[in-house]
Design a protein around this ligand. Structure first.
Ligand code: HAX
Length: 442
């Protein structure tokens, strides 16, 4: 080990051990408005942001402008002959707080069609990247590369007034959302199908056209799945990593392209959006290790327990806020029940729902042992032939753009300021605790 690395290692390991004990002993001690557990623990539960488009309840799950997912499945407009909600309708609802009519959704789909032309240099930029580069890396680069077309950047340079920021952000957001399916499908086809690209079909709605350009499966059922998928992944209030990262970058007046690209970098982490690829990898590895595609609950339990014993997480389970099974998981489970017969992987997902929470509860430290959104999506996608799990988070990202960009419009309209929370050093915390102990003794 080089001398600098050695020195860092010694200091880091010793401070980590010291702080772990300090956090445990002082978890509830207040430091201003928060406690030590929150100061060290990822700011859990601290109310510090306004987010108009959705609200997450630990028990009921996500509500988009007050509507649950089952309510939205009823109320949002559908494609002709389709049963799943159109994501265009959810975007409308998130942006203006009203359930749109069929005509309004048709208008929006038309708008996105008109605005969907991806700049040629974005394809060139993508073509310079290794074909085996992770699709999320390609996605964030592609999004950032379209910044050259930002209306906000142009108008800001021309001296746009603050009161007009929302207008330019709205234009950027609409253009960006319109283009994402084409960009994502391009990444998919260059990564896994020899660059054999499929042209858009402008007779289709936004999600169905995306399904078409992916070229995985030409059935109405796959289009229905993508409509549902792009609706339920769109927003999860403002504190989750991808939403908060988009908001933070945007708070500096970075435009929608750079803000979304920042948010997508956060989505690409395995504790967040990448968990969907990790779940499928986990299941495929388990099938390999057990030598059967039809494992019993007890075989799954043994495999799960040995994964936990080796210090790894079970992807697709747990949540920082939720304390019940995720309604986004339930929506996918219902989709599987209605559309999919005889899938070994869907059966495994069902058995994991029974087995994994018990193993996580037994650890005694996991606050939410239930499945989250990522526990189910891979099983649906692979059923329709999308076996390339490293692409799954891009699908999530296309959907998440709807929530974080409608929120960015609101941040601009409400004149939200640049984010600048306060940090302290661990030395400061130790001195603070020493002083408060002395004060409480006097
Ligand atoms: N498997 C094993 N251990 C888990 C666990 C899981 N699924 N979920 C939580 N834990 C552990 C934590 O690692 C933590 O352990 P340490 O104290 O040793 O660090 C302990 O239980 C307490 O964690 P928590 O308070 O219950 O959960 P957090 O709020 O800290 O973390 C996570 C929430 C989602 C990151 C966590 O549950 C996790 O790692 N889950 C697996 C990855 C995953 O599915 N992520 C996707 C979440 C949904 C999402 O954002 N989708 O995009």
């Amino acid at each position: 080990m080089d001398p600098l690395k050695q020195k860092f290692r010694d200091k880091a390991l010793s401070l980590a051990t010291e702080l772990k004990a300090l956090r445990k002993a002082n978890a509830d001690v207040k430091v201003g408005d928060v406690n030590i557990a929150q100061l060290f623990g990822g700011m859990r539960g601290i109310k510090s942001m306004i987010w108009e488009t959705s609200h997450l309840d630990p028990i009921d799950g996500i509500k988009f402008r007050g509507y649950t997912i089952p309510q939205l499945k009823e109320l949002l407009p559908k494609a002709e002959g389709g049963k799943e909600p159109l994501p265009e309708g959810l975007f409308w609802l998130m942006l203006v707080g009203e359930i749109p009519t069929n005509e309004e959704v048709k208008w929006l789909a038309d708008q996105w069609r008109t605005r969907s032309n991806v700049p040629a240099h974005t394809f060139k930029v993508l073509d310079q990247l290794p074909v085996d580069a992770h699709p999320m890396m390609q996605f964030t680069i592609a999004i950032a590369s379209m910044q050259s077309e930002s209306v906000f950047v142009k108008r800001y340079a021309e001296g746009m007034r603050k009161a007009e920021y929302w207008d330019a952000t709205y234009e950027d957001s609409m253009n960006l959302i319109a283009r994402l399916p084409r960009v994502a499908a391009y990444i998919y086809r260059r990564s896994y199908h020899n660059g054999n690209h499929i042209s858009p079909d402008f007779t289709l709605d936004w999600a169905a056209n995306f399904a078409h350009m992916l070229g995985v499966n030409d059935t109405p059922d796959f289009k229905s799945l993508i409509r549902l998928y792009l609706t339920i992944h769109a927003d999860h209030e403002g504190g989750n990593a991808s939403a908060h990262a988009t908001h933070l970058v945007g708070s500096t007046l970075s435009d929608a392209y750079l803000s979304l690209s920042g948010g997508m970098n956060a989505l690409a982490g395995p504790l967040h959006g990448l968990a969907n690829q990790e779940v499928l990898k986990f299941i495929l590895n388990m099938i390999d290790a057990l030598g059967t595609g039809k494992p019993t609950e007890s075989q799954i339990a043994d495999y799960v327990n040995s994964t936990l014993a080796s210090g790894r997480v079970i992807p697709g389970f747990g949540h920082a806020v939720l304390r019940r099974p995720d309604p986004r998981y339930t929506a996918q489970q219902e989709f599987a029940k209605e559309y999919i017969k005889n899938s070994d992987i869907v059966e495994i997902v069902k058995k994991m729902f029974v087995v994994v929470p018990e193993s996580l509860k037994a650890l005694g430290k996991v606050k939410n042992p239930w499945p989250n959104v990522d526990a189910h999506s891979g099983a649906l996608l692979i059923h329709y032939g999308m076996k390339e799990h490293s692409f799954y988070t891009v699908l999530f990202g296309v959907s998440r753009a709807l929530g974080v960009l409608s929120s960015l419009c609101w941040s601009r309209a409400l004149g939200m300021t640049i984010e600048r929370p306060k940090s302290v050093t661990s030395k400061w915390v130790k001195e603070f605790l020493k002083e408060s102990t002395v004060a409480s003794k006097n």
